[in-house]
Design a protein around this ligand. Structure first.
Ligand code: AMP
Ligand code: ZN
Length: 116
């Protein structure tokens, strides 16, 4: 999609610190990390958010799970642990309208998922 910042990273139109890539999925460092380790796992297919996933995307969603596992390994947080978050829509705090999965770790993230 023309105006999408993540499509631009996927198409190498803007730079990204890419750590993992397959035919279907890419992972790169978050530009404004919220944890010592913060990567984004993104399908190459432009899907806006969770609301737009269809039956035809089921295999892709599985590939994303495997990519998340690989990114955790590559970035050294597999054993120490990590959190995976996807934001959808305004109340979910979604800024970039191309579905993505935050992989956060490198410190104990606490037990509260939502911080006021
Ligand atoms: P979200 O609020 O879930 O849509 O998260 C979007 C994330 O994308 C934020 O954590 C941003 O820091 C990150 N981000 C925005 N632009 C870039 C970029 N060009 N490269 C890497 N990360 C980015
Ligand atoms: Zn996109």
């Amino acid at each position: 999609m023309a105006d999408c910042i993540f499509c631009k990273i996927i198409n190498r139109e803007i730079p990204g610190n890419i750590v993992f890539e397959t035919d279907d999925v890419i992972a790169f460092e978050d530009a404004h990390p919220n944890a010592p380790v913060h990567y984004l796992v993104v399908p190459k297919k432009h899907i806006t958010c969770m609301n737009d996933i269809n039956e035809e995307d089921i295999e892709l969603m599985g590939k994303i799970q495997l990519a998340i596992k690989e990114v955790a390994k590559i970035t050294g947080i597999s054993e120490s642990g990590y959190r995976v978050i996807t934001n959808c829509g305004d109340d979910g705090g979604q800024m970039v309208k191309h579905i993505h999965y935050h992989v956060l770790g490198g410190k104990h993230l606490g037990c509260k998922i939502v911080h006021e």
